[in-house]
Design a binder for this molecule. Structure first.
Ligand code: NAD
Ligand code: GLY
Length: 350
């Protein structure tokens, strides 16, 4: 059994083991005193896995309910958040009970926020089912839904009480969604090099998946534990995201988060090489590894439009934005710069 302790004031454990889905009740009963659980999932994941989670919870003495939303980013909205909270109330959930988030990042984000708000806070167990959710969104406590004006604009920092990663569920994840998760994995490799880089450079990803997830979660843990509320070191995790979010927005969210981050990271890498901040080999390596995992390395968009969309990034502070720049693989740095400068990175990187 692999486990990563997230050492925050209200810390929790991320367990990584194949088959965990069928034993989840044993772990969940340790994080709450109540015996009611609402499973929150989406229309793709629920038919595949919700029954197994419910069966395990029932074996551990829980009464369970299932709240399902249509799969996809459009569902991550305030209306579904309120419907989810209403469902919890109708199910008689009290503060000693638990919400079980079963799905990709859309579900971990929305159910996590519901956990933060329902009766001012209830235990949340994250059971991520996409690679992206396993290595990123289920850990660290960023929860949110989208507003019509922008992504993740309505949210809270709220840590889960438990995260259970069972990589066997990735067998049903469509390959394009697996690729989206790899974008965040490559981000960790660029930030820290090390074991994650070794694994993605090798050709035996399938045999090392659990180790890869563990190594990524350890890296995320380091940034989250240093800076839970995203005012300093955690901003490293935004590598490729300032331009990536602009790409997502400009595509009207038809380009998914991971693909947009991949293109955003390659644009920043090329810009860094162009400005002699990193070598062209480093930028070339990042492009090659993104292409190896079927991710885009560029986008067909107008530079001006991307720049204008990057201005509505919620990470912007007045007329300043913090960019994550690359010196070499495993050595990145933060640079607070005028938002106008994003134009330079876009022009040079496109
Ligand atoms: P997603 O939740 O939409 O899942 C992608 C698709 O895969 C969906 O259609 C889903 O139904 C399907 N799916 C998931 N697991 C499956 C499985 N095991 N088998 C079959 N189908 C499966 O998207 P995502 O890529 O997981 O997450 C993206 C979301 O995460 C975005 O909303 C993004 O903003 C958010 N995010 C949050 C954080 C954070 O720290 N909170 C970090 C990164 C991304
Ligand atoms: N996904 C970025 C963060 O958690 O800070």
């Amino acid at each position: 059994m692999r486990r990563v302790e997230i050492d925050l004031r209200e810390g929790y454990t991320v367990y990584i083991e194949q088959g965990l889905l069928d034993n989840c009740g044993e772990y969940i009963e340790k994080i709450c005193t109540g015996k009611r659980a609402v499973i929150v999932s989406d229309s793709n994941v629920a038919p595949l896995y919700a029954q197994r989670v419910a069966d395990s919870l029932k074996t551990s003495g829980f009464e369970t309910g299932l709240f399902t939303i249509p799969a996809g980013e459009e569902s991550k909205n305030p209306e579904n958040l309120v419907k989810c909270a209403d469902f919890c109330a109708e199910s008689g959930l009290t503060r000693s009970d638990v919400i079980v988030a079963l799905g990709g990042g859309v579900i971990t984000d929305m159910a996590g926020l519901c956990g933060a708000l329902y009766q001012r806070g209830i235990a949340v167990c994250q059971i991520p089912t996409s690679l992206l959710a396993m290595v990123d969104s289920s850990v660290g406590g960023k929860t949110a839904v989208n507003l019509s004006k922008g992504k993740n604009m309505f949210g809270a920092f709220y840590q889960p009480s438990l995260v259970l990663c069972d990589s066997t569920v990735l067998s049903t994840l469509p390959s394009c969604e697996f690729a989206n998760g790899m974008a965040e994995v490559i981000k960790y490799a660029v930030l820290r090099g090390g074991k994650v880089r070794e694994i993605i450079d090798s050709d035996n990803l399938n045999e090392t998946l659990d180790e890869l997830i563990e190594e990524c979660v350890k890296i995320k843990k380091d940034y989250v534990c240093e800076d839970e509320f995203d005012t300093g070191a955690r901003q490293f995790l935004n590598l490729g995201h300032t331009i990536g979010h602009a790409i997502e927005r400009r595509s009207n969210f038809s380009i998914p988060h991971g693909s947009a981050v991949s293109a955003g990271m390659c644009i920043v890498a090329r810009a860094c090489a162009e400005m002699s901040l990193c070598s062209s080999c480093t930028a070339q390596y990042i492009e090659t590894v993104c292409a190896k995992y079927n991710l885009p390395t560029s986008v067909q968009m107008k530079e001006e439009e991307l720049f204008s969309d990057s201005l509505s990034d919620k990470k912007r502070m007045g007329d300043k934005v913090t960019m994550v720049l690359i010196r070499e693989i495993g050595d990145c740095y933060l640079e607070k710069t005028d938002v106008e400068n994003i134009k330079n990175y876009i022009n040079k990187g496109m």
